[in-house]
Ligand binder design. Structure first.
Ligand code: UDP
Length: 364
């Protein structure tokens, strides 16, 4: 009986790819991939580049809100589990697919492996609903694969048994190393970024992404104001791939047409990495982007009030600026005046997939 890996959004695909690749390369642990359809398009190109075809490709459920989405995903993933009867279900992170996959397994008494376990902001409202989702998965998982020592500590404080926890590092770094070497060998893979990089015309390139639900209309207005001032007052060029959420309209209305701000749709992963590598500074509320920025040695302004990833902040390469335009500008000026930070392995050494698969192969 194979192990079922469940993914549905771009970050889950990026962070579960090393588990799929490692298991397949070893050849002694059969794995199947179930794509829940939560983000139907984002992430497809990376699966193609890795030569991974989902064994179960589901349709995104029609859902008017997050509760209905969770219920629909759980029902759909449950049907796959019923047919396949996996030995274990692997989920990653804190999305609706993560919790739905875990609940679908729990109801069938199938053991759950949680990749990127133990991240905590300690605020159920931020990020919402992710902080609640990851705490719920921790309550029912059998294996907890932690990205950092702080995540291990958080689980220990919640009385998760030490034997159930393995510190692996974050698998995002495994995928980053794989993708960077692919890009170095074949720069055309990131071709979509060339226009954005050339658009900077020698100015400092600043990359910005925003997608969290806490960034409501008022927050997006303040972020847009900060980005406009950043371009005008520091003379930099901002590239901003917009997330396909409806609220991104607010950013495009506020910023489109500005000669030093290039807005674009979501970029393919290789192009996005190419853009990160060409950037002098990164503004983001994304978890994965913070981790990749640290590994690539890029200073980061985190557009949030709390974080479950304090490591880069403690290392001095990232700073929390919330949605405050004055703070964004002050911290951006300071970061642009400093040399690029050294690449850091605070989020992992690129061997998380190997550690995860070793534990699963041992226990199953
Ligand atoms: N990413 C991408 N294209 C983009 C923006 C981000 O491929 O236009 C990648 C990025 O490299 C990172 C991941 O998507 O690995 C982060 O996903 P997201 O910000 O959606 O989610 P989070 O990490 O906050 O859960």
């Amino acid at each position: 009986m194979p192990v079922l890996v469940v993914a549905g959004t771009r970050p889950e695909i990026i962070k579960l790819l090393p588990v799929m690749q490692t298991a397949r390369a070893r050849g002694d642990m059969a794995v199947e991939l179930c794509h829940s359809g939560q983000h139907a398009d984002l992430g497809r190109e990376i699966l193609n580049a890795a030569g991974v075809v989902p064994d179960h490709l589901l349709e995104r459920p029609q859902a008017r809100d997050t509760a209905a989405l969770l219920a629909g995903l759980q029902a759909n993933i449950g049907e796959v589990i019923n047919r396949m009867k996996p030995r274990a279900v692997v989920v990653q992170g804190d999305t609706a697919t993560t919790l739905a996959g875990a609940l679908a397994a729990f109801h069938r008494q199938i053991p759950i492996a949680h990749v990127e376990a133990g991240l905590r902001s300690h605020d159920l409202a931020s990020p919402w609903p992710e902080e609640g989702y990851r705490r719920m998965v921790s309550a029912i998982a059998r294996w907890h694969f932690t990205p950092t020592p702080a995540a291990t500590e958080a689980l220990r404080r919640e009385n998760v048994a030490q034997e159930a926890i393995t510190h692996t590092g974050n698998s995002v770094i495994d995928t980053l190393h794989w993708a960077v070497s692919r890009l170095d060998a074949e720069p055309a893979l990131g071709g979509e970024a060339a226009r954005l990089i050339e658009g900077a015309k020698g100015r400092n390139l600043v990359l910005a992404t925003v997608h969290r639900r806490e960034a409501d209309a008022q927050a997006l207005g303040r972020i847009a104001c900060g980005i406009r001032r950043l371009a005008e007052e520091t003379g930099c060029h901002v590239a901003m791939p917009l997330h396909p959420r409806a609220e991104s309209e607010i950013l495009s209305e506020a910023l489109s047409g500005h000669p030093q701000i290039a807005l674009t749709g979501p970029l393919a992963y290789f192009a996005f990495l190419q853009l990160m590598r060409a950037s002098r500074l990164i503004l983001t509320d994304s978890g994965g982007v913070q981790e990749e920025a640290a590994a690539l040695g890029r200073a980061t302004l985190v557009l949030r009030d709390v974080t479950e990833r304090p490591e880069a902040i403690a290392a001095g390469t990232a700073v929390l600026v919330g949605h405050d335009p004055d703070l964004m500008l002050a911290e951006a000026r300071a970061a642009l005046a400093r040399p690029l930070p050294a690449p850091s392995d605070v989020f992992g050494d690129g061997r998380a997939g190997q550690r995860i698969v070793e534990v699963l192969a041992r226990d199953l």
